[in-house]
Design a protein around this ligand. Structure first.
Ligand code: SF4
Ligand code: SF4
Length: 327
């Protein structure tokens, strides 16, 4: 991968840096037996996300476990893709939602028969990012916006002006909407002259890549619209990407499909699809620990690390041989 997209949370940034450090040290360790590390020659960029208002990427679920009927079959726990809600009565009674695991996908909200699950939002500020930007730890920012957030976006963009010289790229992520291209065109005018790469993330159906192969259609359609609009910048698929995305993109391997692939797809962002792919490996690692919530160090489990790398490569490798990544 070329870039890791992170929440603007010091703990998350620290863990990412730690993980990259471990990966680089393994890559340079002749004694380590994990194969195919040789491709890892430099650290990927860290990209931190900012939002210009309410956004599903910046929310977490919550409920009061004391309100749960004892005989509830806990569909909330079953539907959660990252096991942020324990399927054990004692743990649920103690914790409700584990905030550090919840990424705000919202699937638990409608499934609760008591309707007691709600969400709370958090908004990252430019000021909170300054120490990382000034120390060069963050290479890029991703701004999450939505159709109708024009004024909020402009305010955020004004606040970002002092930090732009420290950045190597800016990504703008916006969920699909029937008016999305018009909205992005308005935003593009307001950006002025940029001297760093601009990436449009076509967030078709946010955080849905693990639901099934059909989720990929919308982000591809959205990417087509952005291409046709002539918006300046690179296009990165997001929101619904998974292992089927490249197959769908190639279509029947027809010349138009190949041409389209070469012209427009500068990158792909994997979120839910990647999480689901790697989750069984992390669950196995957690099961080997006494405390399942303790930090997992895959490097302590060479067999699991190898599995995780193989799975990750199955997702990333087809793209790395096909596309040019922005930046
Ligand atoms: S919002 Fe999504 S990640 Fe968070 S607890 Fe609910 S199902 Fe799990
Ligand atoms: S589905 Fe609702 S009532 Fe049942 S355990 Fe989950 S939060 Fe509690």
């Amino acid at each position: 991968m070329d870039c890791i997209d992170l929440a603007a949370d010091p703990a998350v940034v620290r863990v990412a840096q730690e993980g990259i450090g471990v990966a680089l040290s393994l890559a340079h360790s002749p004694s380590y037996q994990v194969e195919r590390f040789e491709h890892l020659s430099q650290a990927p960029w860290l990209m931190v996300s900012l939002n210009d208002g309410e956004d599903p990427h910046f929310r977490k679920a919550q409920f009061d476990p004391q309100k749960c009927p004892p005989d509830c079959p806990r569909p909330c726990a079953l539907v959660c893709p990252v096991s942020a809600i324990a399927n054990d009565s004692e743990d649920v009674a103690l914790t409700g939602v584990w905030a550090e695991k919840c990424y705000g996908c919202g699937r638990c909200l409608p499934i609760c028969p008591q309707g007691i699950i709600t969400t709370y939002s958090h908004q990252a500020t430019v000021t909170s990012l300054l120490p990382w930007l000034e120390s060069g730890q963050i290479a890029a920012l991703e701004i999450h916006t939505q159709v109708g957030h024009g004024e909020q976006f402009q305010q955020l963009w004004r606040n970002l002006q002092p930090v732009l010289p420290q950045l190597q790229a800016i990504a703008i992520s916006c969920p699909y909407h029937s008016q999305v291209v018009e909205y992005l065109q308005t935003i593009a005018v307001g950006l002025g002259q940029l001297t760093i790469p601009l990436i449009w993330q076509t967030d078709g159906r946010p955080m849905s890549g693990d639901i099934g192969r059909g989720t990929t259609h919308l982000c591809l359609h959205y990417a087509d619209l952005v291409l046709q609009s002539g918006l300046p910048g690179f296009v990165q698929l997001a929101g619904g990407t998974n292992g089927h995305t490249i197959t769908k993109l190639r279509g029947q391997n027809s010349p138009p499909a190949r041409s389209r692939e070469k012209r427009i797809i500068n990158g792909v962002a994997f979120g839910g699809g990647a999480r689901t792919l790697i989750a069984p490996v992390l669950q196995t690692a957690a099961a080997r620990q006494q405390d399942p919530l303790a930090p997992i160090h895959l490097e302590d489990h060479p067999d699991l690390l190898q599995q995780a790398i193989t799975l990750a490569q199955s997702l990333v490798q087809p793209w790395k041989t096909r596309v040019t990544i922005a930046g």
